[in-house]
Ligand binder design. Structure first.
Ligand code: UD1
Length: 359
């Protein structure tokens, strides 16, 4: 792992491994966490380990930023060294980042089995780095843990049927766990600190290269957000470093730029927002689970199930469409549990033990 959402996802699996080991059955499982260092700022990395109280990575490669080729290459070298040093039964990779691809490729070349958590997601556009990473990772994986049935269908269309299991989404495991133990005072404090009223603000995030790396798209998004603020809905915007680097001036009026937030604080804003506006995959799902309407600032989504009852809408980056979607009436349709029941990590551990428990 190496990027923010992976720290969150992996906590679910680490906890499920610990729970499995506490059962004291014969096949105890040891997990070594490797952090590539793709994300390195405290607020993009360490804060998640502190807040979610999971074990810390035993190995830190300190890769840092760079072009896709050099970043991925440095990770690949570092991971290969680790895999040559110590024998692992399986390498577990999460999602679709450069860290995912590097882990999968290093392992596959050394014939260490690869298990992919969040397999089968597709946007069907090859100009997205995430799409390249996830397609390649799926094709070298021997165990493919899908968050939904649709993801498994996507794999079948590409001829991948062996080792595919629909387990649900580990992010839902984490969210359900945190909601059960949520500190309501802390939730209240973040709203107070930011001067926000429950249900009366929009929460926005943007970080995808397809948006940040095109000045005209980024400008259109900010114009749309500013329109939302002008319509009476203040916009709070935790700024990803990639987006910060691309902004050449202050954000337009009504858009309140803040630093990236830890998990619980983000959850609190998502729960209390009138609408979530984002290009993040994780936020689209989290908004769906929390029952907060979402506007996705992209032309397509991998999480198509969230579109069905109108809880999520795709608007791309046209300012009037953005503002219109943010102000749309709240849907009243059901939100079926298409991404599992909060036990995805438990299922993953069970499947790993079944496969590797006796080696
Ligand atoms: C990566 C993933 C994306 C995932 C996202 C989550 C890839 C190709 N993309 O995108 O799928 O949704 O993480 O956040 O792997 N930077 C910092 N501090 C940090 C990390 C990054 O300043 O702690 C800056 C660097 O200048 C870097 C830029 O942000 O060049 C982008 O970081 P990078 O890791 O390349 O990709 P993300 O945009 O974060």
């Amino acid at each position: 792992m190496g990027a923010r959402p992976q720290f969150i996802k992996s906590t679910a699996v680490s906890q499920a491994i610990d729970a499995h080991n506490e059962h004291g059955d014969a096949s105890e499982m040891a997990e070594t966490l490797l952090h590539t260092g793709q994300h390195y700022d405290d607020e993009m990395s360490d804060v998640f380990f502190r807040q979610l109280q999971v074990r810390r990575p035993a190995i830190h490669l300190g890769t840092g930023s760079g072009s896709h080729g050099s970043q991925t290459a440095r990770m690949l070298q570092g991971i290969e060294r680790v895999l040559l040093d110590e024998r692992f039964d399986v390498v577990l990779v999460y999602g679709d980042t450069n860290s995912t691809l590097a882990g999968a490729l290093a392992a596959a070349k050394l014939r260490v089995p690869v298990a992919h958590v969040e397999a089968g997601l597709r946007a069907y556009r090859k100009d997205m780095p995430e799409e390249i990473n996830r397609v390649l990772t799926d094709h070298v994986s021997s165990q493919l843990f899908c968050p939904s049935r649709r993801a498994a269908t996507n794999l079948r269309r590409e001829g991948i049927t062996a080792g595919v299991s629909v387990v649900g989404d580990v992010m839902y495991d984490v969210l359900s766990g945190r909601l059960a133990t949520a500190d309501e005072d802390a939730q209240e404090r973040i709203l107070e600190r930011l001067g926000l009223k429950r249900g009366a603000f929009a929460l926005a995030t943007i970080h995808r290269a397809e948006n940040t790396d095109h000045a005209s798209r980024l400008a259109a998004i900010f114009k749309g957000l500013s329109q939302v603020a002008g319509d009476g809905l203040p916009v709070v915007f935790p700024l990803h470093p990639r987006t910060r680097a691309m902004l050449d001036s202050e954000a337009p009026g009504g858009v309140h730029l803040i630093s990236p937030l830890p998990y619980d604080e983000m959850l609190s804003l998502m729960m209390n927002a009138h609408v979530v506006m984002t290009d993040s995959g994780g936020l689209q799902k989290e908004a769906y689970w929390l029952g907060t309407p979402c506007v996705t600032l992209r032309a397509e989504t991998e999480w198509t199930e969230t579109l069905e009852g109108g809880w999520n809408v795709l608007v791309d980056v046209e300012p009037d469409a953005i503002a219109g979607a943010a102000m749309r009436p709240r849907p009243d349709s059901a939100r079926p549990p298409v991404y599992g029941a909060g036990d995805a990590a438990e299922k993953i551990v069970r499947l790993l033990v079944a496969e590797f428990g006796n080696v």
